[in-house]
Design a protein around this ligand. Structure first.
Ligand code: AMP
Ligand code: MG
Length: 967
C-alpha cells in the first residue's frame, strides 16, 4: 500500500522521544562503560527523505550508515526514509552503539509499530511512559557494582575472578591468515553464511541435554576445537556478547546493556569432546556469573598486550542470537527487511549463530554467518572455515567421545590434494652406488677435467689413478661395506682422493674437522668405531685419543696397486645400495654430536635427481668450499663427478674469504654454486651486488632464504636461484623451489624431489589443512639409516610411517605449512623450529649441546643458551649461567673452557652470570625474561691516533655498538 512518509516520520520521532537514551548527548565519556549522561533538549529529530531508484538504494543506505557520530555534541541516532517509488520505501534507522544494542531491536520495533498505528488513526500512541530510563539503570549499575577500592564489592570480586581466569592468556590467537596482519586493524570485513542442517541441530540439542549443558556451550566447545586445530594453540579465547538485561523492567528499554565476556578454553587433543564440554560448562558458567564488569574496565585492569593491530584479550567472536524478534507489521503495508552488508568485521573472525525451531519446538537448523576481517582472510578461506566447523559439529554429534584432536577437519578432496602435493615424482633411479656413478664417468670421459685446484688440474683418468690404488690399499686393511674410515683432513686434493677411495673400497667415510677440539674428535672417533683414520699429517689428529691405526696419506706408497676401477669381487663383501656411504656428525641436543648414516641409495637418488633437475653435464664446474663435516659438501664433492663436470677446490680456510671464492668462480668458470644464505650475503657484499657471469645456477640451502636476499641474488647475474631444503638425515635436499620475482615477501622451500614424500602433521600425526602450521615429516628413499650406534636416538626420530606399511618417516622438527602459489600449486613454506635447534650462519647447532658443555664445567649449576638477534650485529650466541651456590664463575675462563670441547661456531659470544634463572608461572625457565647481554670489553682503552679512531669507529659501526676500544 501507500506509505505516509509524514506519519512514519512522526512515529520515529515518538520513539526517540520515548527513550531518553536516544536523545542524549554525552559531553563526557569516561571510557569504562559508565556514562555521565545529559539529556539533550531535542524532541524533534530531523528525518531525511531521499528519492533514488533501485540501483541507488545500496549507495543511499551505505552513505547514511557510514557517517560517524560525535556523541559529545549530537544525539546518537539518525533516520532516513528512502523513496524508491510511490509504493516502496526503505526506513534506515541508525543508532550509535552507545545508545542501543542488538536486543534493543525488539523494543524499537514494537514501539515503532504502536506509534505508526496510532498516527495512522490520527492519534498519539497510548503507551504508558517507561517506568525507568537508561540513566536510572546506569546509576543503579554503579551502585550494585560498588567501589573497586572495596575488596568485598561486586566489582572487586568479579575482577578477581577474571584476573585468575585470564592470567597469562596468550595475546594473540595465531590463525592461518591469507595475508600478514597489518599494523593497524582496519575493521573492513566480509561475511559468509553458516547453515547447519536440522539433523545436526537435533544432535547438538540432544548432546546438550545429555550432558546438562546448553546449545551455546556445545557450540562454544566445538568452535574452540576448530580454532585450536587451525592455530595449533592449546589455549584459545573467544569473546561473546552477553545481553546484560537481567531485570524485567529493562525488557522494554532501548540502550546499551550488552557486555563482552572473554571465554577461555584449554584444548587438549587427546581429550574426548565430552570432557572438553564438561570443562566448558564450568568455565562458561563461571564467566556468566562474573559478567557485570564492563569489558573496557576489564581491559584496563588486566592490562594485556595492547596493540593497534588486534583486539585486546581475544580476536575471535562467538555470538548466539535468538531470532525471535516477533513479527514486525504496520497497518496497510507489506514489510520486509533489506539485507545490508555493512562490510565490517569487529574481530578477526566472528561466528554468529542463530537457532530456529518449529511450532513444536523441533530444531530447524542453525543459521547465521561468519564475519571475517578482509585484511586477513579471503572469502574462500572463511567459507573453508565454516565447512570445517560443520565437520566438527557432525563429528561430535556422531561420536561425542571422539578425541578432539582426531576430528577430521579435512574433506576428501583436500586430503587427496595434500597427498598428491606431498608425493615427489616417482622415478626409477638405478640401484647403484657412488663408486658405480664415478666409474661410469671415468670410463666415458677419462680425458675430461675432473678436479681443479689453485695450482693443479686432474683429468678423470688422473684422478681415478690416485683413487683406486688407495682404495685397494684400504680394502687390504680391512675396509669394506659396513665399515667406516675417518677422514681427519683439511680440504685438499688428498681429501678428495681419500673420500672417493673409501667409497670405492665399499666403506663409509666419516669426515672430521682437524681444527675442531681434540675432545670432540675423540668422541666422534669413539662413536664411529672406524677401521682406521686417514690424515694428511700426524698433526691432524694431535691430542686425539684414537685407538685405531692412523694412516698419513702423504707417507703412503700405493704405487704397487692397480689403478683400474675397483670391482665388487675385490671388496671384502658385496657393496649394496643399502650400505652407508657416509656418516656425518651433527650437533646433538643431549650434549654429544650424533652421526647420521646415509646409504648409497639415498645419495644416488639425490645426485641423479639433481643432475636431471639442473641439467648438469660436462661443461659444468662446481665450487667445493664447504667443510666435509656438513652435508652440503656432499653436493660439492660428488655432483660434478657423477655428471662429467669439474670440481673446483677452494684451498683450506678459503671459504672465509669471499674475494678469493669469487676469484675462483671467475677464473675457473664455475657454473654452479651451492651456498647457505649467509654466504650468499657475504659474496654479494664483496662484489657490490654482482656475481661472476659464468655462474648460471645458485642453489641456496641450509637456512631460511630471506626474500630480499633472494631477489638481490637473482639480480646479481643471469642465473637461476633455487631454494632447497633438507636435513642431513635425508641426504642433503628433499624439497626445491625455483625462485621467481613472485617471491617478494617470502620464499617457499617448494615441492618434494624425486621419490621423496613429505607430510605436514599436527601433534597427533594428522595432516593439517593448507595454511596451518605443522611439523614436517619426510619419507622415501633419501632417508638416512639412522644415527650410527644410537638405536635410541634413531627410534625417536625415525618413526613408523603412517601410510606405507613397513616404511619409516623422519621427524624433522621443522615447522612448515602448505601455501598455494600463484599457479595454484601447493608448496611448503618454512616457519621455524619446534625445538632448540638453531642455524647460525648456516651451522646447525643444538643449544642443548652447548648447555651441556657449560654445565659440565666446575662451579656451573645451570646454563641456558639463546640466540640473540640484533638487526645490525646479526645473531650471536649468549650463555646464561648460574654458579653452584657459594661459587663464582668467570665469564672469560668459562668461555675458554668450553672452547676446548666445542667447535668454534658453538662457543658462546657472551656469557652472562646470573644468581638465578627467571622462571614463568609453571616453574619453567622463562627465556623471554633473560636480560639482554652486554658486549663490552672489560677495560676500555680509547683509540689515540686518528688511524686508530677511524678503525675503531668502522668496527663500532659494523658491530652496531656505541664504541670500540683499542683492544
Ligand atoms: P642440516 O642437517 O645441517 O642440513 O640442517 C638441516 C636444517 O636446516 C633443517 O632441518 C632446517 O631447519 C634448516 N634448513 C635447511 N634448508 C633450509 C631452507 N631452505 N630454509 C629454511 N631452513 C632450512
Ligand atoms: Mg644440509
Amino acid at each position: 500500500g501507500a506509505l505516509d512518509v509524514g506519519v512514519l516520520a512522526a512515529a520515529v520521532r515518538d520513539v526517540v522521544a520515548r527513550h531518553e537514551v536516544l536523545r542524549t548527548v554525552y559531553p563526557e565519556v569516561d571510557g569504562v562503560g559508565f556514562q555521565r549522561i545529559l539529556p539533550a533538549d531535542r524532541a524533534t529529530l530531523d528525518i531525511d527523505v531521499v528519492q533514488v531508484d533501485d540501483a541507488g538504494l545500496v549507495g543511499a543506505v551505505t552513505e547514511f550508515v557510514s557517517g560517524t557520530f560525535d556523541v559529545t555534541r549530537e544525539v546518537p541516532v539518525r533516520a532516513r526514509i528512502v523513496e524508491l517509488s510511490d509504493t516502496e520505501h526503505v526506513l534506515v534507522f541508525v543508532v550509535h552503539h552507545i545508545a542501543g544494542d542488538g536486543s534493543s531491536m525488539g523494543p524499537l520495533m514494537r514501539d515503532l509499530m504502536v506509534a505508526y498505528t496510532a498516527h495512522t488513526a490520527g492519534e498519539s500512541p497510548s503507551w504508558k511512559p517507561l517506568p525507568v530510563q537508561y540513566a536510572d539503570y546506569a546509576i543503579w549499575q554503579r551502585a550494585v557494582l560498588g567501589d573497586e577500592a572495596d575488596p568485598d564489592s561486586l566489582i572487586s570480586r568479579q575482577i578477581d575472578h577474571w584476573r585468575t581466569a585470564l592470567s597469562d592468556v596468550p595475546a594473540v590467537l595465531d590463525l592461518p591468515t591469507d595475508r600478514p596482519r597489518p599494523a593497524v586493524q582496519s575493521f573492513a570485513g566480509g561475511r559468509v553464511d553458516v547453515s547447519i542442517a536440522a539433523e545436526t541441530h537435533r544432535g547438538l540439542t540432544r548432546l546438550a541435554a545429555q550432558t546438562n549443558t546448553t546449545l551455546f556451550m556445545v557450540v562454544h566447545a566445538a568452535w574452540a576445537v576448530l580454532l585450536s586445530r587451525l592455530s595449533g594453540a592449546d589455549d584459545v579465547t573467544v569473546g561473546t556478547p552477553i545481553a546484560g538485561r537481567g531485570e524485567e523492567a529493562l525488557d522494554d528499554l532501548i540502550g546499551q546493556f550488552v557486555n563482552t565476556l572473554v571465554l577461555r578454553s584449554r584444548v587438549d587433543g587427546g581429550e574426548a569432546f565430552t570432557g572438553l564440554l564438561r570443562r566448558t560448562r564450568e568455565s562458561d558458567l563461571a564467566a556468566f556469573a562474573n559478567a557485570d564488569v564492563p569489558f573496557e574496565r576489564l581491559v584496563e585492569v588486566l592490562d594485556p598486550v595492547r596493540s593497534t593491530a588486534h583486539h585486546p584479550l581475544f580476536q575471535v567472536g562467538l555470538s548466539f542470537q535468538n531470532l525471535d524478534h516477533g513479527a514486525f507489521e504496520l497497518p496497510g503495508l507489506t514489510l520486509s527487511g533489506v539485507d545490508f552488508e555493512a562490510g565490517i568485521s569487529q574481530f578477526d573472525l566472528h561466528l554468529i549463530v542463530a537457532d530456529a525451531y518449529d511450532e513444536n519446538g523441533e530444531p530447524l537448523g542453525l543459521g547465521g554467518g561468519l564475519t571475517f576481517a578482509s585484511a586477513l582472510f579471503d572469502e574462500a578461506t572463511a567459507t573453508a572455515i565454516v565447512d570445517r566447523f560443520t565437520r566438527v559439529l557432525d563429528a561430535i554429534v556422531s561420536d561425542p567421545e571422539v578425541a578432539v584432536g582426531d576430528i577430521d577437519i579435512l574433506d576428501v578432496s583436500e586430503r587427496a590434494a595434500l597427498g598428491a602435493a606431498g608425493a615427489g615424482r616417482s622415478v626409477s633411479v638405478p640401484a647403484v652406488t657412488l663408486p658405480d656413478l664415478f666409474a661410469e664417468q671415468v670410463g666415458a670421459r677419462g680425458a675430461a677435467t675432473a678436479v681443479v685446484t689453485d695450482d693443479a688440474v686432474l683429468t678423470y683418468a688422473e684422478f681415478a689413478a690416485r683413487v683406486y690404488p688407495l682404495a685397494r690399499y684400504l680394502i687390504s686393511s680391512g675396509v669394506g661395506p659396513d665399515s667406516r674410515v675417518v677422514l681427519a683432513m683439511p680440504r685438499s686434493v688428498e681429501l678428495l682422493v681419500a673420500m672417493y677411495a673409501v667409497a670405492a673400497a665399499g666403506g663409509a667415510y666419516v669426515p672430521v674437522d682437524p681444527d675442531q677440539p681434540a675432545e670432540r674428535i675423540s668422541h666422534i672417533l669413539g662413536t664411529a668405531d672406524p677401521v682406521l683414520v686417514l690424515a694428511t699429517t700426524a698433526a691432524d689428529v694431535d691430542g686425539v685419543s684414537v685407538g685405531v691405526p692412523v694412516v698419513v696419506v702423504d707417507d703412503l706408497d700405493v704405487s704397487s696397486y692397480s689403478s683400474a676401477p675397483v670391482v665388487d669381487s675385490e671388496r671384502v663383501g658385496a657393496l649394496l645400495p643399502g650400505h652407508a656411504a657416509y656418516v656425518i656428525f651433527t650437533s646433538g641436543s643431549t650434549g654429544r654430536p650424533k652421526g647420521v648414516a646415509v646409504p648409497h641409495s639415498a645419495v644416488v637418488n639425490q645426485l641423479v635427481w639433481k643432475r636431471d633437475a639442473f641439467g648438469l653435464g660436462g661443461s659444468d664446474a662446481v665450487l667445493l668450499k664447504t667443510a666435509a663435516t656438513f652435508d652440503l659438501s656432499v653436493w660439492e664433492f660428488w655432483s660434478a663427478t657423477v655428471s662429467g663436470g669439474a670440481v673446483v677446490l677452494a684451498r683450506a680456510g678459503g671459504q672465509q674469504d669471499p674475494d678469493y671464492l669469487l676469484d675462483l668462480v671467475r677464473t675457473h668458470r664455475v657454473t654452479t654454486l651451492h651456498a647457505v644464505p649467509s654466504m650468499l650475503e657475504a659474496l654479494l657484499a664483496a662484489e657490490g651486488g654482482r656475481l661472476p657471469s659464468a655462474l648460471s645456477r645458485v642453489l641456496a640451502i641450509g637456512e631460511e632464504l630471506p626474500a630480499g636476499l633472494a631477489q638481490r641474488v637473482r639480480a646479481a647475474g643471469d642465473l637461476d636461484l633455487v631454494n632447497l631444503y633438507g636435513p642431513t638425515e635425508a641426504a642433503v635436499s628433499v624439497t626445491a623451489h625455483a625462485v621467481s620475482e613472485a617471491d617478494a615477501v617470502s620464499v617457499p622451500i617448494g615441492v618434494p624431489e624425486w621419490n621423496v614424500g613429505v607430510r605436514v602433521l599436527d601433534a597427533r600425526l594428522r595432516p593439517v589443512p593448507v595454511g596451518v602450521a605443522g611439523e614436517l615429516y619426510l619419507s622415501g628413499v633419501q632417508l638416512a639409516r639412522g644415527y650410527h650406534g644410537r638405536a635410541d636416538l634413531t627410534a625417536d626420530r625415525f618413526v613408523a610411517d603412517l601410510v606405507g606399511a613397513g616404511e619409516r618417516m623422519y621427524r624433522t622438527g621443522d615447522l612448515v605449512r602448505w601455501v598455494r602459489g600463484g599457479s595454484g600449486v601447493l608448496e611448503l613454506e618454512y616457519l621455524g623450529r619446534t625445538d632448540f635447534q638453531v642455524k647460525l650462519r648456516g651451522f646447525r647447532i643444538e643449544l642443548g649441546e652447548i648447555e651441556a658443555a657449560l654445565r659440565a664445567q666446575h662451579d656451573v649449576a645451570q646454563a641456558i643458551v639463546t640466540v640473540h638477534s640484533d638487526a645490525r650485529a646479526g645473531d650471536r650466541l649468549v650463555a646464561y649461567v648460574v654458579p653452584e651456590s657459594g661459587r663464582a664463575v668467570d665469564a672469560a675462563t668459562l668461555t675458554a673452557a668450553v672452547a676446548r670441547d666445542l667447535p668454534n661456531y658453538m662457543v658462546p659470544d657472551a656469557v652472562v652470570v646470573l644468581e638465578a634463572l627467571p622462571l614463568n608461572v609453571n616453574g619453567k625457565v622463562d627465556r623471554r625474561a633473560l636480560p639482554a647481554p652486554v658486549f663490552e670489553a672489560v677495560v676500555f682503552r680509547a683509540p689515540t691516533t686518528p688511524v686508530e679512531e677511524i678503525v675503531a669507529s668502522v668496527f663500532a659501526e659494523v658491530l652496531g655498538v656505541d664504541r670500540v676500544g683499542l683492544d
